[in-house]
Design a protein around this ligand. Structure first.
Ligand code: PEP
Ligand code: MG
Length: 325
């Protein structure tokens, strides 16, 4: 398998009926960038910036953050990197940062909520990103956005940092793109307002599934109820994909499912054409794509979505076999 995937490294992921799919990689540490070139990923679709904070003994300040982001962009070369701002809180607690114990951390004070309520840390991070990306293209993405207004406020904070840098004559990125993670179900019902405001979106299916079904993503007892291959989840994904396509907003999927061949098969059938995944998924997903007829898969998946009540896993598996993917 490894040798086979190695051969596929420089092959484009194109379906049999000619649809190209961009395969990107999730990362969080500098070390991951070495793997990027081995996998043939087209870029980093999700750089989890909180990893630097989690492996550090104290709070990484402006200089250390800037240096990391610079090295990451240097290593990526001309491939794009999407930097997600800090997704702390919930299960990601820093020993050196004081936080109150919460009854429901997954529903608590985390990610962009912290960033907006106590903007000093988020502003420092945005400043580090702007500095590191001087003269290049910078992509910033906000996690756990639950309302359009939160995105607006977060974007405003980036604008303020840009003005701050401009006033001081500091060099800025040549291009700046600001995106949103779609992982809170509330956004599904406000896509018409959200999408025109964002430069791109990425679906965080790990959390979206968790919040859609109110089923803890880390609890093995919930694993049957945390059901990505079920009509409600597929309809949610399809709604996002259609709205993004209609508004001309680039959209990707960056949850773990993007790296699983069966789930990726369904994502592509639903129309997604950018997937960001753990590096180990790229070879197997590419192999699946090369054997896939998207139009055929798309018709069959839409039919399944409309006619079943519970999990579609066994039907999807049977379908994938029937279509020889
Ligand atoms: C997600 O929620 O799907 C996601 C990609 O982010 P994380 O796994 O870091 O919460
Ligand atoms: Mg998430």
């Amino acid at each position: 398998r490894r040798a086979e995937f190695e051969k596929l490294k420089d092959v484009d992921a194109v379906t049999r009926d000619g649809h190209r799919v961009a395969l990107l990689m999730n990362a969080g540490l500098e070390f991951d960038l070495e793997i990027m070139h081995e996998t043939g990923a087209e870029g980093i679709g999700l750089f989890r910036t909180e990893f630097q904070f989690m492996v550090s003994e104290d709070l990484p300040r402006l200089k250390r953050q800037t240096e990391l982001y610079e090295r990451v962009m240097d290593a990526a070369g001309d491939k794009p990197v999407i930097f997600r701002t800090l997704d702390l809180g919930g299960d990601k607690i820093l020993p050196y940062m004081e936080t109150e114990r919460e009854e429901n951390p997954a529903l608590g004070w985390r990610a962009i909520r912290m960033g907006l309520d106590r903007p000093a840390l988020l502003r420092m991070q945005v400043r580090a990103l702007l500095t590191a990306a001087k003269g290049r293209e910078l992509r910033i993405m906000f996690p756990m956005v639950a309302s359009v207004d939160e995105f607006r406020q977060a974007r405003e904070l980036v604008d303020i940092e840009c003005q701050w840098a401009r006033r001081r004559g500091r060099p800025l990125p040549q291009v700046l793109r600001v995106g949103v993670m779609i992982e809170c179900p509330s956004l599904l019902f406000h896509l018409d307002a959200l999408l025109p405001m964002v430069d791109f979106a990425s679906v965080g299916t790990n959390d979206l599934t968790q919040y859609l079904f109110a089923a803890d993503r880390t609890n093995p007892r919930m694993s049957d109820r945390y059901d990505v291959l079920s009509p409600p989840m597929l309809r949610a994904l399809s709604t996002i994909q259609k709205a993004a396509e209609d508004s001309g907003t680039p959209v990707s999927v960056c949850g773990e499912i993007a790296g699983k061949p069966l789930e990726a098969f369904v994502l592509i059938a639903l129309g997604f054409n950018r997937l960001s995944m753990p590096p180990a998924g790229i070879g197997q997903v590419k192999r699946m794509i090369l054997s896939l007829d998207r139009e055929q898969a798309s018709k069959a998946i839409r039919k399944l979505m409309g006619s079943s009540y519970g999990s579609l896993r066994s039907e999807v598996l049977a379908l994938a076999r029937k279509l020889n993917v």
